[in-house]
Design a protein around this ligand. Structure first.
Ligand code: ADP
Ligand code: MG
Length: 318
């Protein structure tokens, strides 16, 4: 069995690209470029709550970093550094090899240096802290939405929740449909390029980790504003659309977590810029409604009638 230090050296020490001092000392040293602010966020994945022990270690390594990258994307920050705190039930080398492979594969894609962490024995828990740079004073906050702004989302919504509902036997999908949805749950794409490109365009942004209604709700609360959403305009995959008659599937669309798409607001004058951006990134950007004065969120059907929904987002303590 490798010692703690051998394990850190073998699995979690890689050359750094833009760091003064990385893994191996009591603290890492980083330098933020002039005129930039440091954006910092942490996200923890706990076995039994966020994933199951049978999940592939490579996918877990990927996802533990991906969810953190998504938080920086929602701020418009460029990811640069990460730390990794791990509690492991045992030093399972095969598992660590897979986990590190998934983690560093995504880290390299985004030029993120792993600069430190902590490794301890305990119930499997994966905690990443991510740090990135954003031009001082320009980060995308939740609080900037203005009445009249359009509300946009990237990609399609609900597929990750649909995959989870399928895994848990709550929704039936055929093999082809399941194969289309499952990667959205296990290997979500953090919208890093989009987030950075939204600086100077979007007035507010959030990543959708707990479901559209809950996460847009956070923007409304922080911006002290209301919203109208057109249900028919919500971007859906063909698989989700085929099952839309099922109320559980409509809940996936409105309140399904784990999509890691961005929801953002922008003035109507920016529609052309956003159409261009969508084409450049080859990523659908869809206008789903508008910000209004006041408070609350109204969902309208195709005929413009207000719809009621039981769906709310995920809350760990509710
Ligand atoms: P200390 O006891 O001083 O906190 P540790 O023995 O915990 O130091 O860690 C030794 C070095 O390895 C430190 O630089 C720490 O940041 C790094 N490290 C520990 N665990 C990890 C990990 N899982 N991934 C990356 N670096 C790690
Ligand atoms: Mg330590």
């Amino acid at each position: 069995m490798p010692s703690e230090f051998e394990l850190i050296r073998r699995f979690f020490t890689r050359p750094v690209q833009h760091t003064e001092l990385g893994v191996g000392d009591d603290a890492a040293l980083i330098r933020v470029a002039a005129g930039m602010e440091l954006a910092v966020s942490a996200d923890m994945l706990v076995e039994g709550r966020h994933f199951s022990s049978s999940d592939s270690p490579g996918a877990l390594g990927y996802k533990t970093l991906a969810v953190n990258l998504s938080d920086l994307a929602a701020m418009g920050a460029t990811p640069r550094w990460a730390t990794l705190a791990l509690a492991l039930p045992a030093a399972d080398e095969k598992w660590l090899q897979g986990f590190a492979g998934g983690f560093f594969g995504l880290a390299q894609k985004h030029k993120v240096d792993l600069i430190g962490g902590d490794t301890t024995r305990g119930p499997l828990t994966l905690c990443v802290q991510i740090m990135g740079e954003v031009p001082a004073g320009r980060a995308l906050r939740r609080s900037g939405a203005q009445p009249g702004d359009d509300i946009w989302v990237s990609g399609v919504l609900g597929d990750a929740a649909l995959a989870l509902a399928f895994r848990q036997g709550r929704v039936e999908l055929d093999r082809r449909e399941a194969a289309a949805c499952l990667p959205k749950l296990y290997l979500p794409t953090p919208r890093v390029e989009l987030g950075c490109a939204l600086l100077g365009i979007a007035t507010s942004a959030i990543d959708i980790s707990d479901g559209l209604l809950a996460d847009l709700g956070h923007i409304l609360e922080a911006s002290r504003a209301a919203a109208e959403i057109r249900f028919d305009d919500l971007p859906k995959s063909d698989v989700l659309r085929a099952h839309l008659g099922d109320a559980a599937v409509r809940d996936c669309l409105l309140a399904g977590g784990d999509d890691y798409e961005l929801c953002f607001t922008a003035p109507a004058e920016r529609r052309a810029a956003l159409a261009e951006l969508s084409a450049r990134l080859d990523l659908p950007l869809t206008r789903i409604g508008a910000i209004r004065g006041g408070a609350g969120l109204v969902l309208r059907d195709g005929a413009g009638q207000a719809m009621t929904t039981e769906a709310t987002g995920y809350d760990h303590f509710a």
